[in-house]
Design a protein around this ligand. Structure first.
Ligand code: MN
Length: 295
């Protein structure tokens, strides 16, 4: 298992100095830094090459997360938006290849956060999502993308995939349409599972060998170990399905900015929000996560 963290733990905007975070998480003992896809289209080739070099020098693997903007919704009812989304991902995959990143995860089948003040067309979004992801799988193969993780999200953030059962069904449908789409996988997150699943262990077993990426965090998005998530149950289920991939913690504890708004953080979740305290908390969480999930 490789253990990682999403950079946005320390940020109030969906952007950051990724080289600084590579050095930081390497110092804290992580194997992976997960970055946001959003800023990558603005990177020059020189900047991408610097980022790749920095990751190599620090022994850090980069994975990429994305909450797709509405204009990059691969399942949009508007064919022009669907086309635009495919172009966006094609460019993104080229950029990921340049930084040796082979994993993209998130609501790639849709957009995030969804505007739920408008009526939802789950069936249409589901069907168009399958078609779009089948196309995306092929484009990914051209750029060495080994995992496109379909992140199963809670009902308040998206409506397409809310349970591991739906995630597995969606991925099987994509692979039926595009047999080469072995890179399309289920992605689970303990925060979302806590809201939607009857049993977190059974949810992981339902994803089974389709599981390709895993996010961790407590019920209120604190770092692993500071809440009441059933880590032993998660360990046993990950063992049962033979999962040996990336486990990326995704804590959010500070309010403010677009991150605080999108994640709905309205208070200091931890008492001490200084960078020093945030670093200390994740360092402990990493020790905890390795202890609970490795083996
Ligand atoms: Mn997540």
């Amino acid at each position: 298992m490789q253990h990682g963290i999403y950079y946005a733990y320390w940020e109030r905007e969906w952007d950051g100095d990724y080289k600084r975070y590579i050095r930081k998480v390497a110092g804290l003992g992580f194997d992976i830094l997960e970055i946001a896809a959003g800023p990558l289209p603005d990177y020059t080739d020189g900047e991408l090459s610097d980022l790749k070099k920095c990751a190599e020098e620090n022994g850090i693997r980069i994975t990429v997360g994305y909450g797709p903007a509405p204009e990059n919704n691969i399942a949009s009812a508007d064919p022009k938006v669907r086309e635009h989304a495919l172009e966006f991902y094609k460019d993104l995959f080229q950029r990921m290849e340049k930084i040796n990143a082979t994993l993209l995860g998130g609501a790639i089948y849709s957009c995030w956060p969804i505007d739920h003040s408008k009526p939802v067309d789950k069936k249409g979004d589901w069907e168009r999502g399958i078609e779009g992801i089948a196309k995306l799988a092929r484009i990914g193969l051209d750029h060495g993308i080994e995992t496109i993780g379909m992140e199963v999200l809670n009902r308040f953030e998206n409506h397409v995939l809310n349970t591991a059962k739906e995630g597995a069904e969606f991925v099987r449908s994509v692979r039926q349409l595009e047999p080469a789409a072995a890179n399309v996988k289920v992605m689970l997150d303990t925060f979302h599972m806590n809201i939607e699943e009857q049993s977190i262990g059974n949810a992981i077993r339902t994803a089974g060998d389709l599981l390709g990426h895993f996010h961790t965090g407590e019920c209120n998005r604190m770092v692993p170990g500071q809440g009441r998530t059933p880590w032993r149950e998660i360990h046993d289920a990950l063992q049962d399905v033979g999962y040996d991939g990336a486990v990326v913690m995704e804590p959010f504890v500070i309010p403010g900015g677009t991150v605080g708004q999108d994640i709905k953080i309205w208070r200091n979740i931890v008492e001490d929000t200084s960078e020093e305290a945030l670093d200390r908390d994740v360092k402990e969480a990493l020790t905890f996560q390795r202890y609970m999930l490795d083996r």
